[in-house]
Ligand binder design. Sequence first.
Ligand SMILES: Cc1ncc(COP(=O)(O)O)c(C=O)c1O
Length: 396
Amino acid sequence: MNFSRDTFLNHLAQTTASPLMLAVERAEGIYLFTPDGRRYTDLISGIGVSNIGHRHPHVLKAIREQLDRHLHVMVYGEFIQSPSNLLAEKLVSLLPPSLNCCYFTNSGTEANEGALKVAKRYTGRRAIISFKHSYHGSTHGSLSVTGNEVRKSAFRPLLPGVTFIEFNNPVDLDHINTKTACVIMETIQGDAGVRIPDTRYLQMLRKRCNDTGALLILDEIQCGMGRTGTLFAFEKFGIKPDILTVAKAFGGGLPLGAFIADREVMECLSHDPMLGHITTFGGNPVSCAAALATLEVIQDEKLLDHVEEKGKLFEQYLRHPRIKAIRRAGLMMAVDFETAEEVQRMVKAALDRGIITFWFLSHPNSFRISPPLTITEQEIREACAGIVEVIEGIRK
Ligand SMILES: Cc1ncc(COP(=O)(O)O)c(C=O)c1O
């Protein structure tokens, strides 16, 4: 094994000037372990991935069984492979009837790329509406619809024709018109610091899309897969998207994403031009086997039944005068401090104490808590007590 900091810093591309550099030897449940045997409580699930905990035995078993059958055999969309068939069947059984056709990708940003392309191709329109402070991924298309100028300006030109509207503001819905191909929205904004829209607003948005013929893409890459207490966050609001995108926790720890729509919509990718969206590894059989097992765990262990009560426990135990607010949907939480400096100090001090929290891309005054849904009451109590002690100890 090689946990050299020099190798990490010199031979792996860096994305920040100060990476956390925690050396991880293994992971189990809600814990990560370092080579020197220290245990860390993972309160962020590898940023929204390990919703059923690390290395769930049912997922490991499914991966092992698939390893013994085959790995990659053909690019996406040509051969019939059992893992993607089984996963598609399961996934559509859990979705409204109009979301009946899955395109599997490798990641979240690719799922959004595919969704944007299919919306343009299906409607024949070009204009896209997105939201201020949103995050949809780092490739050019997804970055174009990401509402954070700081992350974009160095990479222009990006996609033309994208308009950013205010999240949860009905007045701005007028920007959606008959030239709009699609509206792309995180059902609950993640990296903006957990922003939850009003039900009424989402219903108005849905109606506006219906009236204008714009497709509604809901990005549930962070808020999906049980994170908020329902399998998909849109279920809470009495609406459904035309295209749903998922990734992160979807693959149960392996890379996998999907965009899902009605077959009639998706069909346009197969002609004019043929091969309208292609990928070599999308729907990798091992990833699909892991994803199916993950959905089975969520169902069999009835994980969704306890998400809300566990979220409430965090609110109950995380009390400190420096905590200004907690925004929460199920086990997706943003904890607000007065200043970004306090957040920086808190995240680092918590790590020193063996508790992993993290910041948000577009909301520096908050830190994130989104633990595996499998976290127990006792673990929540211990983690919160640790955080409160850490907060007590940091300078203002
Ligand atoms: C809401 C949302 N959309 C898209 C993405 C991009 O996913 P990926 O990093 O798998 O490309 C993310 C990642 O953080 C996300 O939170």
